[in-house]
Design a protein around this ligand. Structure first.
Ligand code: ATP
Ligand code: MG
Length: 311
């Protein structure tokens, strides 16, 4: 089973408008409501790829109920801690010029008792997981070191932990040595405080992560694929050129592919092929954190995984 942690769930509301003008009343042409949060994207894609997956975290209020029902509709198993606060909504406004403007709510308060319930639920779910994934931001009331705690517990139980987050949560998480991380360029630049441009610089960063005790470190580069390090091995993963519709959630889909590959015990090169195919398949869809299984299968043969000389 793949256990996916999504601490800061949201109801994602996607509005289509002709144009957006500050200070004016605007009428949306359409609105789509979908469960959001990076972990829920991961759980959705892992479920579509056929893996036994369970999502956990916090849900509250009517918005939380809506998300729980929507997840059930998608066939995503879940076991969330119910909280008193209202789960947040995140707004994405897409205008005819293709621009996307986002308003992200900070998320509800989480009490100490609710956090304790989550830690207990995690401890109860951990034994039946082969792989644990934590994706996305941390609610404002919760210490940014929580992923580090969850990583330590997973490692003690002999489980692989996949971490996809940013900022302080990523920094503290890396110190606890998760099995896998997947920063994109922006996330590495924020973490290291300097620019990372050339492939040589990306490779250097991947090697640094391995030296810091990460088992499998991937730097994703959007349409340019990814550079991955695993133990002594380095790989360049190249993806086919596609017509990108909406690449938001491609990183989450990539993480889902890694989780599925690891949970199935696939060879590393096959795992990387699956993750890249899932990331690329997501970019071909309007919905974030969604892939068609048939598209992933077609793309698998078009992904190139080559070894890079580690010296
Ligand atoms: N335009 C694209 N064309 C082809 N493949 C893509 C494209 N964008 C993303 N991918 C695939 O998805 C993977 C992850 O994408 P990306 O680097 O954009 O992740 P990300 O920035 O973490 O995204 P997010 O956080 O929104 O999920 C890439 O390594 C690649 O395999
Ligand atoms: Mg990402």
């Amino acid at each position: 089973m793949i256990l996916v942690i999504n601490l800061n769930a949201s109801l994602d509301k996607r509005y289509a408008l002709a144009e957006l003008t500050k200070g004016e009343v605007m009428r949306a042409d359409s609105v789509q409501n979908t469960p959001g949060g990076k972990g829920l994207h991961v759980a959705n894609v892992a479920t579509i790829l056929g893996a036994d997956t369970i999502a956990t975290g916090f849900l509250g209020g009517k918005t939380g109920e809506f998300i729980a029902e929507a997840l059930a509709g998608y066939g995503i198993r879940h076991d969330f801690v119910k909280i008193a606060g209202e789960t947040r909504s995140c707004l994405a406004i897409i205008t005819a010029d293709g621009a996307q403007t986002e308003i992200l709510e900070p998320g509800p308060p989480v009490s100490d008792a609710e956090l304790k319930s989550f830690r207990e639920k995690y401890a109860a779910l951990l034994p039946s997981a082969e792989v644990v994934v934590a994706s996305g931001s941390i609610p404002q009331d919760i210490d940014k070191g929580i992923y580090a705690d969850l990583i330590t517990a997973a490692k003690a139980a002999g489980k692989k932990f996949l971490l996809d987050t940013s900022g302080e949560a990523l920094k503290l998480g890396i110190a606890a040595q998760p099995y896998f991380i997947k920063p994109n360029k922006d996330e590495i630049e924020a973490l290291r405080g300097h620019r990372v441009d050339s492939e040589a610089e990306v490779i250097h960063e991947v090697k640094n992560f391995l030296a810091e005790g990460i088992g499998l470190a991937a730097v994703s580069l959007g349409a340019d694929g990814s550079i991955v390090g695993c133990g002594e091995q380095l790989y360049r993963v190249t993806v086919p050129r596609i017509k990108a519709v909406n690449p938001v959630g491609s990183g989450d889909s990539y993480v889902a592919g890694i989780a599925v590959g690891l949970s199935r015990g696939l060879e590393m090169t096959e795992t990387l092929r699956l993750s890249a195919a899932a990331g690329t398949a997501n970019a071909m869809e309007a919905e974030s954190g969604f892939v068609r299984k048939s598209t992933v299968e077609t793309l698998l043969t078009q992904i190139k995984v080559e070894a890079i000389d580690p010296t």
